[in-house]
Design a protein around this ligand. Structure first.
Ligand code: HEM
Length: 202
């Protein structure tokens, strides 16, 4: 009969350790700015650590052939150029305003890609807020897994090394080059394979 795989679990992926450290440190959120922010997670993403030890654990929402769907979102903000007293002005004045949600891991053997929904202010200069760049399921990174992913196995734990895509360069404010290493991604998956009963002979 037909078989279906139901995948649950989590994925650990921190984006990039040096970026989290910069964002949570004095350059992006320090004394130069009256209003500071940092990192916020939502919709099932859990976080631990700070700066270089910051980690995000994303919920697995399911799988299809060659695809693991993650959920939730993370929002990074810094370099707030508003210094008045009207708090309603704060949220719109982060020159660094980056959001990733609903990552998707596509894989074929050891190779894969990481897609995300994103929203990120373009980096223009150090005083003017850029327009938002946005994308849906945009390829942010390529992945090389330490072993091929097989969703017919009950338990899968696999780690992939990730590198930034061309589009990812713009998303990250042009501070990195294509091919630069991002944080590794570790998938911790539990797969339940359910097959329909074969048709009874007439
Ligand atoms: C790195 C300043 C806006 C993304 C840096 C560094 C400085 C800086 C000084 C070097 C940090 C270091 O070496 O430790 C600023 C200022 C900004 C601004 C003054 C605006 C007022 C942005 C924006 C983005 C961005 C809009 C967009 C995402 C980055 C990234 C790095 C970086 C990805 C590299 C972090 C790393 O991995 O070390 N920035 N930046 N920045 N900035 Fe900004």
């Amino acid at each position: 009969g037909e078989c279906r795989v139901t995948t649950t679990g989590t994925a650990d992926w921190a984006l990039k350790t040096s970026f989290n450290s910069y964002l949570e440190g004095p350059i992006a959120n320090g004394t130069a700015y009256k209003y500071k922010s940092g990192i916020e997670v939502r919709d099932g993403v859990e976080t631990s650590g700070e700066r270089t030890t910051r980690q995000f654990t994303w919920p697995v929402e399911g799988s299809e052939e060659g695809t693991v769907n993650l959920g939730g979102g993370v929002h990074w903000t810094g370099h707030n150029h508003y210094d008045g007293d009207d708090e309603s002005q704060v949220a719109g004045n982060f020159l660094l305003d980056l959001d990733f949600s609903n990552p998707t891991v596509k894989f074929d053997g050891n190779k894969g890609t990481l897609l995300v929904d994103f929203k990120s202010r373009e980096f223009v200069d150090f005083t003017n807020a850029g327009e938002f760049l946005t994308g849906t399921q945009t390829e942010l990174a390529t992945i090389t897994f330490d072993e091929p992913i097989d969703l017919t196995q009950e338990n899968v734990t696999v780690t992939g090394q990730t590198t930034l895509s061309e589009i990812g360069v713009d998303v990250m404010g042009n501070f990195y080059d294509a091919g630069d290493e991002l944080a590794p991604i570790t998938l911790n998956l539990t797969n339940e394979v359910v097959c329909d009963e074969p048709e009874a002979p007439v």
